[in-house]
Design a protein. Structure first.
Length: 137
C-alpha cells in the first residue's frame, strides 16, 4: 500500500511540475508570438491524421498506466511482459510516424528545388596567384 501511495504521489507531482513548466514557458514567450497567434487565428487548420494518432496514443498509454497500477495494487505483481509490449508497440508507431514525416519533409524540399537538389554556386579560380610562364605550351 505504501508503494502505491508513493507511485501515485510521484505521478501527481511529475504531472504538476510538467504543467507548471509549460505554463511558465508559455508566459515567458507570450510576447514573442503575438503576430503568429493572430495568423494562426486567421488561418485555422484541421487536425491531421498523425496528430489524431498521437492524441489517441497518449490516451491509451495513460489508461494503460492507470490499469497497470490497479493490477499491481490487487495482485502485488506487475505484468512486465505486457508493459514492455505496449510501450514497444507505441514506440514503434512513433518511430514509423517520424520516418514518414521526415520523408514527407525531404520530398517537399526536393519539390521546392525543382527536383535537382541543392546546387552550390560555382567556385571562381583564385585571382591572387600568377600563372607560370609555360601555361599555354
Amino acid at each position: 500500500m505504501k508503494t502505491l501511495l508513493i507511485a501515485a504521489a510521484a505521478m501527481a507531482g511529475g504531472a504538476a511540475l510538467g504543467f507548471f513548466l509549460c505554463w511558465a514557458a508559455h508566459r515567458l514567450t507570450r510576447g514573442n508570438y503575438t503576430p503568429a497567434r493572430r495568423m494562426a487565428a486567421a488561418k485555422k487548420r484541421k487536425m491531421g491524421t498523425m496528430d489524431k494518432v498521437l492524441v489517441l496514443e497518449a490516451v491509451v498509454l495513460i489508461l494503460y498506466t492507470v490499469a497497470d497500477l490497479v493490477v499491481f495494487w490487487h495482485t502485488g505483481a506487475e505484468p512486465y511482459t505486457l508493459t514492455g509490449c505496449v510501450f514497444a508497440v507505441c514506440g514503434l508507431e512513433n518511430g514509423v510516424m517520424g520516418w514518414i514525416k521526415t520523408n514527407k519533409d525531404k520530398a517537399a524540399e526536393a519539390a521546392r528545388t525543382s527536383g535537382s537538389g541543392y546546387q552550390p554556386a560555382p567556385e571562381e579560380p583564385p585571382t591572387d596567384r600568377t600563372e607560370p610562364p609555360d601555361v599555354g605550351i
